[in-house]
Design a protein around this ligand. Structure first.
Ligand SMILES: Nc1ncnc2c1ncn2[C@@H]1O[C@H](COP(=O)(O)OP(=O)(O)OP(=O)(O)O)[C@@H](O)[C@H]1O
Length: 307
């Protein structure tokens, strides 16, 4: 049974079946006349063991929501919990540890370290944290993702799809409470994108993981259990057991003339658009010692750094 938001006491939250939770989550960028309200008092529960997709027109606040839920960005107002830990108000150092220990990340641009091979990339966050991998779990992840014979390869020796599989394995390696995937198929062709979506689905169904994925693509969203629709910084709708067609129909009802979404599905509801080479920043060189995404380069948890 859920508790009304008004009864929440700061610092406490019921974590039963809920991997992450936000109440009154508000994020404003800038100040004065130039203020942009990216999130406007969002209440959301992310169910444990489910695959949740976040969709909405460009600029609706999808990435901001993900960043605030993952402790990658500060909030202007409201509260966010990961499990029963309130993360709003945590210091950067505590947030870094929480992200590293409890959250997995996947991004459109893979964010692999070019000088490390696949196996080293997969275990990097744990290596930096000084944690020993659970070998049985790691084996299961590597086999589920079909990476066994690619472990000695560096990212440049892997296809885009294989690189994203490595990023997926890195996100899963520490068996995190929650995996955030921001457009994970955006740089992949349809086939590789479908593969990655299939693996995320398996991570939920067979490995019991919890996944939140931001996407523009109705075909990708159709792999989820639940789609949350954002518009103008608010959650305006949700859809259980989505199909690409139903999601596309729902997306058409947004004001496309003002804020077009650019992820029309492929003919067979294939995920992701065509990759536009060179649009993404190239991964940084070398591994930073500590994993804050604002340090620049690539953080140990796979989060991109500030340019
Ligand atoms: N660092 C920032 N400074 C100022 N405004 C920002 C910043 N980041 C995001 N915004 C603004 O906040 C709003 C929400 O942005 P956000 O990136 O979350 O949207 P989105 O739905 O993920 O968009 P897209 O689908 O285009 O990636 C937009 O109006 C955006 O311009």
């Amino acid at each position: 049974m859920s508790t009304p938001a008004a009864q929440y006491v700061p610092g406490q939250a019921s974590a039963d079946g809920i991997a992450a939770r936000a109440r009154g989550l508000t994020k404003a960028y800038g100040s004065g006349e130039t203020t942009v309200l990216a999130l406007d008092s969002v209440d959301v529960d992310i169910a444990r063991g489910r695959f949740t997709a976040v969709m909405g027109p460009s600029g609706s606040g999808k990435s901001t929501l993900m960043h605030c839920l993952a402790g990658l960005d500060t909030v202007s107002a409201g509260q966010v919990w990961l499990g029963d830990t309130e993360i709003t108000g945590l210091k950067e150092r505590e947030l870094t540890r929480l992200r590293r220990d409890r959250i997995g990340f996947m991004f459109q641009s893979f964010n692999l370290i070019p000088t490390l091979n696949a196996a080293e990339n997969i275990t990097l966050p744990m290596d930096i944290a000084g944690k020993k991998a659970d070998e049985k779990w790691l084996d299961q992840v590597i086999d589920t993702l079909g990476l066994r014979d690619r472990l000695g390869h560096r990212p440049s020796q892997l296809s885009g799809g294989q690189q994203q599989r490595v990023a997926c394995a890195r996100a899963l390696a520490s068996r995190p409470e929650l995996i955030f995937a921001d457009e994970p198929t955006g740089n992949l062709d349809s086939r590789a994108g479908l593969e990655v979506l299939g693996f995320l689905r398996e991570a939920v169904d067979q490995l019991g993981q919890t996944v939140v994925m931001v996407t523009h693509d109705p075909g990708a969203a159709a792999h989820s259990d639940l789609v949350l629709f954002l518009a103008d910084g608010r959650i305006v709708d949700e859809m259980e057991r989505p199909t690409a067609e139903a999601v596309l129909e729902r997306m058409k009802r947004f004001d496309v003339s003002r804020a077009p979404f650019d992820g029309a599905p492929g003919e067979e509801a294939a995920p992701g658009g065509e990759a536009v080479p060179g649009e993404e920043a190239a991964p940084g060189e070398g591994a930073p010692a500590e994993g804050t995404p604002r340090d620049g380069g690539i953080a140990s948890d796979g989060t991109p750094g500030k340019d």
